[in-house]
Write a protein that binds this ligand. Structure first.
Ligand code: AQP
Length: 336
């Protein structure tokens, strides 16, 4: 990587519903740690959200609630730039340039499009298909060097690096865009659905019992964990026993991640217990770490003026970087 490039973190979260445990453990917790070490830009990516239809009233509410969630999880809006993507038009402009740099063959390999479009692919929006090009624009607009994401976004980040590389080569400017590094949690990077251990926990999954939302009450969490799919085997200290038991592994991983212990330690602690006993401990651990955040989100949601001010200030700061970089990019491309 170009040695002159300053380290900068960029990441985004879609306001497509309530944030859940997967967003928290896979992304938000990492966002908070990173702001202690580097300059960070965190966006509420509303342009991404509309790749699947969003009710305008609900979208507005989700954008505000995502700001509250950012702050409640520990993001410092005085230190990091927090803004909503659609308020900085340079994202859409650079995305168009990248639509012309990125290759159809690259997009055709993206598994998220295949999963989200499902069997009715002809009816999916064009936006959903070119989503990874917009994501590359989000990151490269700020010349970000590091991108904290969940494991589900790894493929999109590889595409972002391909786009950066092709742009640099096509326009003979080998060091213009840095090649951003993914920052993915090592031990447990994909929180799975509570109903199906092979599917990731997601905002858009129909069943609310598939996920723990950050705003769930103690009661909700207890009920959801009680109903979470597992099996009738006892827990053993041997990790190998969890092969082909995705639901059991997911719950044990969640417990380890929330309590910040290793899976091995959790297995030793729970050895010989059945899942009904373990679930009680898991629900308690989740209540202790998630409910205070949920309470804070609800509190922050009441002050719409403050949330709008945070977004407005963040937009101004984001525009300073984005507009300067876009101007250079346009010159490189040959626009007058
Ligand atoms: N289940 C997950 N496990 C770990 N990390 C996750 N992330 C999302 N789900 C999990 C990470 O959270 C960040 C924000 O994601 P997003 O909301 O922008 O989009 P997404 O990945 O598409 O999340 P959802 O919940 O599945 O949203 P919908 O249902 O609207 O598509 C990202 O860093 C992501 O990796």
């Amino acid at each position: 990587m170009n040695k002159k490039v300053k380290n900068l973190v960029f990441s985004g979260v879609q306001p497509s519903g309530n944030l859940h445990l997967g967003n928290y453990l896979g992304a938000m917790r990492n966002f908070v740690e990173l702001q202690k070490k580097m300059d960070c830009v965190y966006s509420i990516v509303d342009l991404h959200a509309i790749t699947v239809f969003q009710d305008p009233k609900k979208l507005e509410k989700s954008i505000m609630e995502t700001v509250s969630s950012f702050i409640a999880c520990g993001l410092d809006f005085k230190k990091s730039i927090i803004f909503n993507q659609s308020s900085v038009s340079a994202h859409a402009e650079l995305a168009w340039i990248f639509n012309c740099v990125s290759r159809l063959g690259w997009l055709n390999r993206m598994t998220q499009f295949k999963e989200k479009a499902g069997s009715n692919r002809e009816n999916a929006s064009v936006g959903l298909y070119v989503y990874p090009n917009l994501m590359a624009a989000d990151i490269l607009l700020y010349k970000a060097t590091h991108v904290p994401v969940g494991d589900d976004q790894k493929q999109h980040l590889e595409l972002c690096r391909d786009i950066a590389n092709k742009f640099n080569n096509d326009f003979n400017n080998s060091e213009f865009f840095p090649l951003p590094e993914p920052l993915i949690q090592k031990n447990f990077s994909r929180v799975m659905s509570l109903r199906d251990g092979k599917k990731k926990m997601s905002k858009s999954e129909d069943s609310d019992f598939s996920r723990i939302n950050l705003q769930d009450s103690e009661d909700d969490i207890e009920k959801k964990i009680k109903k979470a799919k597992t099996d009738s085997h006892l827990i053993t200290a041997n990790k190998k026993d969890l092969e082909n038991r995705p639901e059991a592994l997911n719950l044990l991983n969640i417990y380890s991640s929330v309590t910040k212990t290793s899976l091995e330690t959790t297995l030793k602690e729970m050895e010989g217990k059945d899942f009904s006993k373990f679930k009680k401990k898991l629900a308690d651990a989740l209540i202790a770490s998630i409910c205070p955040i949920g309470k804070k989100i609800k509190e922050l949601n009441k002050d719409k003026h403050q949330l709008l001010t945070i977004l407005r200030d963040g937009t101004e700061k984001a525009k300073v970087i984005a507009d300067k970089n876009l101007k250079e990019i346009k010159q490189i491309v040959g626009f007058i």
